[in-house]
Design a protein. Structure first.
Length: 421
C-alpha cells in the first residue's frame, strides 16, 4: 500500500508540474504576470519568491495551479471601503507592501482604513490613516508592490499592463494550449523511452504474435502470424479495430475471419471469455498483440497507438455513455496499484497514458478546461473583440459547476466500483 501511495503521489505530481509549467512558461514569455506557481492544494508548507512569482508547495499532493494576473482563477485585489489594512511606504514615497491579512503584522506598517482603492489602473489607495477620519490621505502605489492577502499569501499586485487579457490574442492562445502540449510531449517522451528500452512497441497490425494457454483462441487452433481480417463479417485492418469489434459485442459467439499466409482464409467461431478489468467487464479471446521493432516505431509507435486507443474510447464514450468509462482520483489510485505490480515499466506506461489522457481531456471544449478557454479565444478572433468579462465569467462558472458535478458522480462511482462490491 505504501508503494502505491508513493507511486500515486509521484505520478500525479509529475503530471501536474508538467502541465502547469507549460502555462507558466508561455505566460512568462508573453509578459503575463504569474503571481503564484503552486504544487498541491490547501495550506502552504513551503514557499519562496523569485522574479515576481511566488512558488509554493501545499499540504495536499493533489493538483496544483498557475495563478496568472487577471485570469479567471485570479483573485480581485481591489480593497473594499472599510477594509483595515497597513501599508509600507518606500524611499520613492510610494506604497511597496500592503497587508490585508489579520494573520500577520507588517513591521513599521501604517494602519489605514480604506475609503477607495484602485490597484489596476490608477494604482492608488485612499483612506484614513491611524484612525483619523478627519482627513482622507492618498497613497500612490508602486507598480511592483506586493499585497498580503487574507490567507497570508503575499503576491505582487496585478496592474492592467501585466494582466492576462492585456497579452495579445496569439500569446493567450499559446498560454492556454501550453498545458496540454506539455502533457503530449511528456507522453511521447515516456513511450519513446519505453520503446527503446523494451526493444519495440505493440504493433497496430491485425496480425497476432501468439495465443495464451487455455483460452478460446488456443481451442480454435489459432497460431502466431494469423491475421484477423474480420470480426462477424466486419473488416478489421488494425489491432484497434480487432479489439474494438471483439469487445463491442456483449454476449454470444463471434466469428473471426483468419488469414494464414497468403492464401488460407477461414472463419473461426469463438466464444469469448468474460473478465473484469479495472472494475469493468470485458470480453477476451486470448490473443497476443504483435511487436514492431523498427526505429520509428520505437520512437513514435507507443504514442500513436495510445492516442488511437484514447480517441476510440472517447468516441465510444459519446455514443455509449457510462460512468464506468470515466475515472477520477480514486480510479487513478486503483489503477496505480495495478501498475506498480508490473514494476517500473507498468508505472512508466501508466504515467504516459495518464499524461496523454490529461492532454486530450483538457482540450475538450468545456468551459473551465483549457479547451473551453481556447474556444473563447476562437470566438474573440472571429468577433475581433473579446466577450465581456461578465459573460466570460458566467460561462466559466457554468463550466466549472458541470465539471465539479461530473467529478462528484465519477468519484462516487469509482468508490462503489473499486472498494464496495
Amino acid at each position: 500500500m505504501v508503494k502505491t501511495i508513493v507511486a500515486f503521489i509521484i505520478v500525479f505530481g509529475i503530471l501536474v508540474v508538467v502541465h502547469e509549467f507549460g502555462h507558466f512558461y508561455f505566460a512568462k514569455r508573453s509578459g503575463i504576470l504569474v503571481r503564484e506557481f503552486s504544487i498541491g492544494m490547501g495550506p502552504k508548507v513551503f514557499w519562496t519568491r523569485k522574479n515576481g512569482t511566488l512558488y509554493t508547495i501545499r499540504i495536499l499532493p493533489l493538483g496544483g495551479y498557475v495563478r496568472m494576473a487577471g485570469a479567471a482563477e485570479d483573485e480581485d485585489d481591489q480593497l473594499q471601503p472599510g477594509t483595515p489594512i497597513s501599508v509600507m511606504v518606500g524611499d520613492s514615497g510610494k506604497v511597496t507592501r500592503i497587508n490585508a491579512s489579520d494573520q500577520t503584522t507588517l513591521f513599521n506598517g501604517i494602519p489605514v482604513i480604506v475609503t477607495e482603492s484602485d490597484l489596476v489602473d490608477q494604482l492608488v489607495i485612499k483612506g484614513y490613516e491611524n484612525g483619523d477620519e478627519s482627513v482622507v490621505k492618498t497613497y500612490a502605489v508602486d507598480h511592483d508592490a506586493t499585497i498580503i492577502e487574507k490567507d497570508g499569501t503575499e503576491v505582487l499586485i496585478a496592474p492592467r499592463d501585466v494582466q492576462f487579457q492585456s497579452a495579445t490574442l496569439w500569446h493567450r492562445i499559446l498560454t492556454n494550449f501550453a498545458g496540454p502540449l506539455n502533457n503530449f510531449i511528456l507522453a511521447w517522451l515516456v513511450f519513446a523511452i519505453m520503446g527503446f528500452a523494451m526493444g519495440g512497441v505493440a504493433s497496430n497490425s491485425n496480425a497476432i504474435s501468439g495465443v495464451l494457454a487455455n483460452t478460446p483462441a488456443q481451442s480454435a487452433g489459432m497460431k502466431s502470424g494469423d491475421r484477423i481480417v474480420s470480426v462477424n463479417n466486419k473488416r478489421t485492418n488494425s489491432w484497434t479495430a480487432v479489439t474494438s469489434a471483439i469487445t463491442s459485442d456483449t454476449h454470444g459467439d463471434i466469428t473471426l475471419g483468419i488469414k494464414r499466409g497468403q492464401k488460407t482464409v477461414k472463419d473461426v467461431k469463438i466464444t469469448p471469455q468474460v473478465k473484469t478489468v479495472s472494475g469493468s467487464k470485458t470480453r477476451t479471446v486470448g490473443i497476443k498483440r504483435g511487436i514492431d521493432t523498427g526505429f520509428f516505431a520505437k520512437l513514435f509507435g507507443g504514442f500513436w497507438n495510445t492516442t488511437v486507443l484514447l480517441f476510440a474510447a472517447l468516441g465510444h464514450l459519446f455514443t455509449h455513455f457510462s460512468l464506468n468509462d470515466l475515472g477520477g482520483p480514486v480510479a487513478i489510485y486503483a489503477n496505480t496499484a495495478t501498475a506498480t505490480q508490473a514494476g517500473w515499466s507498468g508505472i512508466l506506461y501508466w504515467l504516459g497514458f495518464l499524461s496523454l489522457n490529461l492532454g486530450i481531456v483538457n482540450l475538450l471544449p468545456i468551459p473551465a478546461l483549457d479547451g473551453g478557454k481556447l474556444v473563447l479565444n476562437l470566438i474573440e478572433a472571429i468577433r475581433r473583440k473579446p466577450l465581456s468579462q461578465q459573460t466570460e465569467g458566467v460561462v466559466t462558472i457554468i463550466g466549472f459547476g458541470f465539471v465539479l458535478f461530473l467529478m462528484i458522480l465519477v468519484t462516487w462511482n469509482d468508490i462503489m466500483r473499486y472498494f464496495i462490491h
